[in-house]
Design a protein around this ligand. Structure first.
Ligand code: UDP
Length: 327
């Protein structure tokens, strides 16, 4: 298929682009490179432009004979969304609604959309299934939920074929270490811990140790970025007119912040100093996926379930690219 990947030069986008190309799809990436990296999609046609640029999208749809869209271009930091909600509603909602309209106008009806566990807020019950009420507790989660609803309505009224994939914590890197995670500034746990192992940071701060979890630190479900990418390809294959999928993507295994740091110690052989910091506002104590629906519907299964294995792929990338793509 001819596929437009918006935000394809970002972390999850670039890993998915690679898999799409390997599977024989013709890919065109649109990315404004505000967070993405040109080097992450080397050899793939890249148009540098904005998601909100309707003219640009219309031209790309026609020139590249686009048949499907994968949409990764979003702001995705909880704290930032609380401080700057306008940014989130503009980009994640307004610009995405423009994209849906551009698709409708061009007759493109297939879309795979990056959604998130943040749409669930602080669920009472773990693991989280798709039937868990979606009650987001921050603007980021709300913006993603709005688009999930828009997709449901577009599927019903206009025959769009949609898949909203609710990622848990994306982690790891391509096993060859050629592409990986590079945010500036970095705020995610595993890259920060590995930067500490590389000597780029003195220590890693642990955001709270008084949560109601066995060791008091927050528990997350870390899912390998290549497993996320595989799910996108499998979801694409299932898209038919009026199909509307919403699927959780996680391993079903939870790891505390402390356990992740220990896994990084084991993988890197570095002591990794820590400090105890205040809780980060908006952090739920525990988020672990029930991904059985995705496994049934897509025939998908995470190939990485061991946290040390996931960390190893990230460590390989960080060692090869100590300053990310700037290396
Ligand atoms: N975390 C931490 N120290 C850091 C960064 C993150 O203790 O320097 C914790 C954070 O509070 C959360 C977990 O690590 O419980 C994962 O955070 P991350 O930002 O990687 O992903 P999120 O869960 O926010 O999507």
């Amino acid at each position: 298929m001819n596929i437009l990947v918006i935000g394809g030069a970002g972390y999850v986008g670039s890993h998915t682009v690679r898999k799409l190309v390997q599977a024989g799809h013709r890919v065109c990436v649109v990315d404004n490179l505000s967070k993405g990296h040109r080097a992450s999609v080397a050899g793939v046609p890249l148009v540098v432009g904005e998601l909100s640029d309707r003219k640009l999208l219309t031209r790309v749809f026609a020139e590249e004979k686009i048949e499907a869209v994968m949409h990764f271009a979003a702001f995705a930091l909880v704290g930032e969304s609380v401080a700057q909600p306008a940014l989130y509603y503009q980009n994640n909602v307004s610009a995405t609604l423009e994209l849906l309209e551009a698709m409708r106008e061009a007759g493109v009806w297939r879309i795979v959309f990056s959604s998130t566990t943040a749409t669930y807020g602080q669920p009472d019950k773990i693991p989280i299934a798709e039937s868990t009420p979606q009650l987001p507790i921050n603007p980021y989660g709300f913006t993603k939920l709005v688009i999930e609803h828009a997709l449901t309505d577009y599927a019903y009224a206009y025959g769009f074929g949609c898949a909203a994939l609710r990622y848990f914590n994306a982690a790891g890197a391509s096993p060859d270490g050629d592409i990986g995670e590079d945010h500036d500034p970095e705020s995610h746990l595993i890259p920060l811990v590995l930067q500490t192992a590389l000597g780029q940071r003195e220590k890693i701060g642990i955001f709270g140790d008084d949560y109601p979890t066995p060791d008091g630190t927050c528990i997350r479900d870390y899912i390998h970025v290549d497993d996320l990418a595989d799910a996108h390809l499998q979801a694409l294959d299932l898209l038919q007119p009026s199909i509307n999928l919403q699927l959780n993507l996680g391993t079903g295994r939870g790891h505390s912040v402390q356990a992740v740091i220990d896994a990084c110690r084991a993988v890197t052989g570095h002591p990794i100093p820590t400090s105890l910091e205040a809780r980060r506002s908006g952090d739920p104590a525990e988020l672990v996926a029930d991904s059985s629906l995705a496994q049934r519907v897509l025939g998908w299964k995470p190939s990485y379930v061991d946290i040390e294995e996931i960390v190893s792929t990230a460590w390989n990338w960080h060692q090869k690219h100590p300053r990310g793509y700037a290396s």
